[in-house]
Design a protein around this ligand. Structure first.
Ligand code: SF4
Length: 357
């Protein structure tokens, strides 16, 4: 199979993973003539849009879409009847370099189906990043998907080369994961998130002295995760509670919400239709209110309904859409002061007034 065909298959197979924003890492560039690429925002970025409207990076690929696991919600599951492909390490490295030079991409988001074992898969993923960084001095952005059961040494090495690492929590509730992805173990996922948090904390320890060495680099853009929305019956209150727990326990940079997309030959355990994309959008708005404005999950969702409203919002002069969408929050001040827009001048006072209320 030629590389072009592999790319068609493995880029398409990767489009369902939403956890790939490139914000928050250290600034690097190659304006001194050494190396290749940069992480400066807006430079060399070319995004594409999936048919469902999602913004995706052109080089968001899987190393392989062959997988030993049979997660019912996943198009790459072992029982799925889709064409399979596998890149070699050099093929991914060369595509990344070529696309970067052509200004198509800002970096690489690399994930993979599980082949042979967690360690073998992780080693393959790490090898791509190692080669890019050490042999080609690639200074662009790298996001690696972490395999939860992988050996600690491999995860440490992944953090040495990657800007961001992510492990998908997959679905909001443990019981749903056991039903939809029986080979996955929520305890292993959370244990690995905990390991990443410890390494991230260690790397951010700036108290190096003459006798205490600087800690090794580890994923400066932190860790993130993705939750699939609408593949199970979890309501928005449950989803936001899970997110709050993940942010609090593992210091995640982001929880990405990905509306479930019906897949070919889907299991009967899955819903027939996708949830409305506006539900995903409302969850992002609520997530923003939690992370930047100090709201608790319980303050955002109407307790009696446990779901965020999906009605269409029209902005009117002096009143923002987010304020209107979250109008049931009786203590939220009106108009611009409850705006979830980062430009809101009133942001610090919102948090303090919420805390004082
Ligand atoms: S482990 Fe599950 S979610 Fe990941 S590629 Fe395999 S089947 Fe899909």
């Amino acid at each position: 199979m030629d590389v072009q065909r592999k790319l068609e298959i493995l880029a398409d197979a990767a489009k369902y993973d939403a956890s790939c924003a490139s914000s928050g890492t250290e600034k690097r560039d190659s304006s001194d003539g050494k190396g290749l690429g940069s992480t400066a925002p807006g430079m060399g970025i070319c995004h594409s849009y999936a048919p469902d409207g999602r913004c995706i990076s052109l080089l968001k690929v899987l190393l392989t879409n062959a997988c030993n696991y049979d997660c019912l919600y996943c198009v790459n599951r072992t029982s799925s009847n889709v064409p399979r492909a596998r890149f070699t390490i050099d093929e991914v490295v060369n595509l990344t370099l070529d696309f970067y030079r052509r200004n198509y991409i800002e970096g690489l988001f690399l994930s993979s189906g599980i082949i042979r074992s967690a360690d073998y898969t992780m080693e393959q993923v790490v090898s791509v990043a190692r080669k890019l960084r050490e042999e080609h001095h690639f200074r662009g952005y790298i996001h690696l998907k972490t395999i939860p059961e992988a050996d600690d040494a491999l995860i440490t090495e992944a953090g040495k080369y990657a800007d961001r690492l992510s492990i998908n929590i997959e679905v909001p509730e443990e019981t749903s994961l056991a039903r939809l992805a029986p080979e996955k173990d929520v305890r292993a996922i959370r244990r690995t998130m905990g390991r990443l948090r410890l390494k991230l904390d260690e790397a951010q320890d700036n108290n190096s002295t003459a006798t205490k060495a600087k800690p090794p680099r580890f994923a400066p853009a932190g860790q993130s995760t993705q939750m699939i929305i609408g593949a199970d019956t979890a309501d928005d209150q449950t989803i936001l509670n899970t997110s709050a727990n993940l942010y609090g326990s593992y210091k995640l940079k982001r929880v990405y919400y990905s509306a479930f997309s019906p897949i070919p030959d889907a299991s009967r355990a899955l819903p027939l239709a996708a949830p409305p994309l506006v539900r995903e959008h409302r969850l992002y708005q609520a997530d923003w209110l939690m992370r930047f404005y100090g709201f608790d999950a319980g303050e955002i969702v109407d307790e009696a309904v446990r779901m965020l409203p999906l009605d269409t919002i029209r902005n009117s002069p002096g009143r923002c859409g987010t304020a209107t969408a979250f109008r049931w929050m009786s203590t939220a001040p009106a108009a611009k002061t409850c705006c979830a827009c980062p430009a809101s001048a009133a942001r610090p006072s919102i948090v303090s007034s919420r805390r004082a209320a």
